[in-house]
Write a protein that binds this ligand. Structure first.
Ligand SMILES: NC(=O)c1ccc[n+]([C@@H]2O[C@H](COP(=O)([O-])OP(=O)(O)OC[C@H]3O[C@@H](n4cnc5c(N)ncnc54)[C@H](O)[C@@H]3O)[C@@H](O)[C@H]2O)c1
Length: 392
């Protein structure tokens, strides 16, 4: 980040109260990836300051903004007006909300619309929305003109703590989720916590599951901090910016070590092999939101680790209790009637991208904050844990 930009962001709008000033101060985290390094700026009121944040990345005063209809109706005017005040022209490309938009037809439509608007190779694309918009617009940015620069402006908690960081982009096909995609890092992430005020409580909780997942897999202190602050965060108060910063820091450090998921980055998928099977069986986007499926998947991963004698059972209990206290489901009991046989769920887990040479590659844990990868888990043990989750 340029020094003048940092200084202008640090000039607090909240007067002389140091605590209020600290809460209002945007936080900046650097993702160090050599030539592909970028800042994640987190804080309140950042949409209003987007022109100064984007300035360093503009080759001409114009951007294209990919967003969905819901976000457009709530927040697009605010963003466009802020850009307009700084003389930056913006052209919106609006897609339908929902997981179904992560599709080849939608990707084609976005690219067509960008090209129809004379989007040039040096132009900047802004992904303004949740994970669906981020994944779709990111992929469009990766392929249009063989790759253009893009900025993530995530508007859901899930996107602010997870999908906007790390450069994974993708869409779904009939064979499965995220099977077409590219690694394409943004040049900047702007997470305005004010945007979360309009997010439905259910979406906020689903995002919380991904937020605390980073603690469960790699940062015990984050889990303890969240246990203290969870209630106020989920009520939309507390220091959401601090929570997002701490959670992103775990992901950023892992991405720095293993940008293209040759090994360690797979730890970020804690609970996901289970979750993807539950989502695939129930149909995406309705019965279980992605973050909700991840919460149950994380509980299964810790239960499995405990059953295998790898993790103290009280850690598995603590994970369950933490998610339960966040208002998230931690078992499949409510859904069991709508799910296929456990053997079918285990088979679906075998279709996950994380399968290696036919063996399921699972993220297990030795303790809270100490996840590791294993491809040595027998299907019987997985079956036992899912059966238990259906009864619990
Ligand atoms: N690329 C990655 O590394 C990565 C990581 C995790 C998840 N993902 C992907 O992210 C997607 C899920 O993201 P999501 O949970 O953000 O879903 P989403 O993008 O579908 O957003 C959820 C809903 O909230 C609405 N919304 C967004 N911002 C809002 C706001 N500020 N106020 C009110 N409503 C708002 C959206 O219109 C949508 O209806 C999945 O497709 C998942 O595969 C990607």
């Amino acid at each position: 980040m340029s020094r003048s930009l940092k200084k202008s962001l640090q000039s607090s709008p909240s007067g002389r109260d140091p605590a209020a000033a600290d809460a209002a101060r945007p936080r900046t985290l650097r993702v160090g990836l050599g030539a592909r390094s970028y800042d994640i700026v987190i804080g309140a009121g950042l949409v209003g300051r987007s022109a100064e944040l984007l300035a360093a990345h503009l080759s001409q005063p114009r951007v294209a903004i990919v967003t969905d209809r819901t976000v457009a109706s709530l927040h697009l005017d605010g963003l466009r007006q802020a850009l307009d005040r700084a003389g930056i022209a913006s052209r919106p490309v609006i897609v339908p909300p929902g997981e179904a938009t992560k599709s080849l037809p939608a990707l084609g439509a976005v690219i067509d619309e960008l090209l129809a608007g004379d989007f040039e190779r040096s132009d900047l694309l802004v992904a303004f929305g949740g994970g669906v918009v981020g994944d779709l617009a990111g992929l469009a940015a990766a392929v249009i003109h063989r790759g253009v620069r893009f900025v993530q402006m995530p508007t859901t908690l899930l996107a602010q703590v997870d999908s906007s960081v790390g450069g994974k982009t993708g869409i779904n096909v009939s064979h499965g989720k995220n099977l077409i995609g590219a690694f394409h890092q943004p040049v900047l992430v702007i997470s305005d916590t004010d945007l979360l005020a309009t997010l439905p409580a259910r979406e906020l909780r689903a995002g919380y599951a991904e937020l605390v997942k980073h603690g469960f897999l790699g940062d015990r202190a984050l889990v303890d901090w969240l246990a203290e602050n969870r209630a106020s965060l989920l009520a939309g108060g507390g220091s959401l910016a601090r929570a997002i910063e701490l959670s992103c820091a775990v992901k950023a450090r892992i991405v720095e070590e293993d940008e293209r998921e040759g090994g360690r980055r797979a730890l970020l998928n804690l609970g996901h092999t289970f979750a993807h099977a539950f989502e695939a069986a129930l149909g995406y986007g309705g019965e279980l939101l992605h973050g909700e499926a991840v919460a149950i998947g994380v509980v299964c991963a810790f239960e499995l680790s405990a059953r295998l004698g790898l993790c103290p059972p009280d850690h598995a209990g603590e994970v369950r209790a933490h998610l339960d206290a966040a208002g998230l489901e931690t078992s499949l009991a409510r859904l069991s009637n709508r799910l296929p046989a456990t053997s079918d769920l285990v088979a679906l887990m075998g279709h996950d991208k994380k399968v290696l040479g036919g063996r399921k590659r699972l993220v297990l844990a030795r303790a809270i904050g100490e996840a590791f990868l294993s491809d040595e888990v027998a299907d019987d043990a997985i079956t036992g844990v899912i059966d238990e989750a259906r009864r619990a």
